[in-house]
Design a binder for this molecule. Sequence first.
Ligand code: RFL
Ligand code: PHB
Length: 393
Amino acid sequence: MRTQVGIIGAGPAGLFLAHLLHRLGIGAIVIECRSRQAVEETVRAGVLEHWVVALMKDLGLGERMMREGHFHDGITLQWNGERHHVDIQGLTGGKRVAVYAQHEVLKDLIAGRLAQGGEIVFGVGGTAIRDLDTGHPAIDFHRDGTGALETIRCDYVIGADGFHGPARQAIPATHRTEYQKIYPFGWLGILTKAPLSWPELIYTNQGDGFALLSTRSPDVQRMYIQCDPAGDIANWPDARIWEQLHARLATNGGWSLTEGPIFQKGIIPLRSFVCEPMQYGRLFIAGDAAHIVPPTGAKGLNLAVADVLVLSRALNAHYKHNRRDLLDQYSATCLRRVWKAERFSWYMTTMLHRNDLETEFERRIHFADLDLVCTSEASARSLAENYVGLPFD
Ligand code: RFL
Ligand code: PHB
């Protein structure tokens, strides 16, 4: 097979890039190690920054999102039984986020790409990248996991293969530096068939720590609680989950959370991670392959899309105007945004979680931070600008 851009990974980074390149008339093939069904069913992120919503619409992929997504003009922060509304829309000149599940975005991207005649090869095995130092890099893979060995010859290889994919490792260890922070807590996430209990997302730090009340549809709600990242999900029977959610979301005003049957649950660890640089020879890495944020700031998916927007512009300058400079600057351009999102995600995470390794002094500083956001307009605006999505510069 021969194409201009070979993309590894059909997650948000790989699929948004395939659409952006198609719009620019640049050829791309996507390979993905999981089945289409697995990609479309994996439950992950929920919040789209305002410009990602606009991009979905621009790409002609926004119809279902506009119909089924939930548009929120603020978030609620809670501690000590008190709720505080942060008016994101008012503080950012009218910008709003959408709550629309990542796997719904992926369904729209995949259907749209296939309808255009684009190639996505699902279920590949043994992905290997080679010849990065030459003008003709290649991606080898086995069709259907263990079937025939095939090769994509391309001008550029894009590693959009997530945190555990092979692309980052293809940058020689001598050419990359990795920065990491592992948090001593994880998130237990559930989906429950229950009606909406509150009109916007609630981020709370109360009792045993963090909880997040989010939504998926009028009758399916998404909730998370801070937990031991090494904990066994078997030790979290539904009754224990509800007891913790009730305690962490309880208000002094007697509000009550509506329960329902839990039909999905799982534990994820929380980490911050950045790989510098995000390119080597003819390889460019994007999204979770290059960086991870803890989900508290809702930034992971949005950062992945930001990377590939920068990359699509650089590839366009290269193919249309024979300019190499934007490709050379790809990593530096992305990392400026990445580090700001890392800072914001770390700030939200440390402010909103109970960390028993910290001193009582540090705990009080985090509650002072929360108080500041809820009493200082400057502080609230900073949170709102970051949450809704920083401008591109
Ligand atoms: P992905 O989504 O991991 O996609 C990578 C794809 O590459 C495939 N792959 C390979 N394909 C071929 N050959 C190989 N050898 C391969 N190895 C891997 C994988 O199968 C996969 O399909 O990375 P991408 O595209 O960079 O997208 C990143 C986002 O998925 C991630 O940052 C977000 O889900 C993070 N995140 C959130 N982000 C937000 O912006 N807003 C949120 O509200 C939000 N909430 C969350 C989140 C992540 C969570 N979890 C589960 C980690 C909430 C949670 C609970
Ligand atoms: C979600 O709905 O899955 C979600 C919302 C906000 C976050 C993280 C996850 O910060």
